[in-house]
Write a protein that binds this ligand. Sequence first.
Ligand code: UD1
Length: 330
Amino acid sequence: MKNRDRKIGCVVTGAAGFVGSHLAERLLSENYRVIGVDNFFSGRKENLTALWKHPDFSFHERSVTEAGLLGDLKAQYPDLECCFHLAAIVSVPYSVDHPETTMEVNCQAAVNLLGEADHLGFGAFVFAGSSAEYGGEQRLPLKEEYATEHTRHLSAYGRSKYLASREVAERRCGVALRCFNIYGPRQDPTSPYSGVISRFVALALQQQPLTIFGDGLQTRDFIYVSDVVEAYLRAASLCGKATGGGKNPYNIGMGKSTTILELAETINGLVENHAGLAICPERPGDIRFSEASVDAFHKVAGWEPRVSLLEGLRKTIAWARASQEASSQP
Ligand code: UD1
């Protein structure tokens, strides 16, 4: 996806979300036109603050379940050639309670958009898959080929992402990225299902104990949002090339795991929170260990994570501090 000789337009669905807003900002900084789409089901208007004033940014409050969405946008923006499809039902517990809606939004809408993108001759369709596609898989590190038709998915969320990723990977213009635990500025800490880092940082800044669910020895593979955004751009460049196939979908993670206890202690140290830890009951249905194998995407796209956990935590804490101070201003 080269943008040197003329402007290329990209649709970012889920542009008001945590990752989508970072991706939109990066694309604008690389001189792309960005058409943001979001229905604010979980996206937030505040995430668009830096985007509104950019002359190459347009926004459409629409749902990805609307038929003909990409065709309508292409009619308005003839330079559209690429779609980053990040909009989804992102809450796993919600997906358990609403499996049909989840399938419709996360899988059927993705497949429809993909078909439209293909029909319109788009050069790239990059899809936000998830580590949840591996379900209860125990072999580590998790390799792309471990997610199969026989995988025991733990939620409609995991199943819907798996089915959609598989369709995307089979299409000429498609690449699917299975992102592990993404963290960074703008991740919302307020829901009970918010990512652990956003919760721990918020608690630590309030000098409250960090809530450890279970023994804290469970592990996750945490990846900083700017590394994920870089992966999206590289994935778009791969689309349509022979190498876009192969092991597509691709894992996006650090390729390293960290225990929740280690994470909590590091955050308390960085914030100088002396309230310590609160040991709470284990979360039902929690996966015990998670770690991505990241060789495949490195091989085809030369991508590797650049932001260490320590550096990413420092940046996330600095952002959370600044937004806390801004919200306490009269
Ligand atoms: C993510 C989903 C989760 C889903 C799973 C399936 C998010 C935010 N969560 O969970 O809903 O079931 O993928 O793949 O996307 N933890 C604490 N204290 C806290 C918060 C979390 O100890 O205050 C622990 C959790 O028990 C878990 C780990 O931290 O073991 C990571 O939690 P989380 O950030 O929710 O991510 P996943 O468990 O990977």
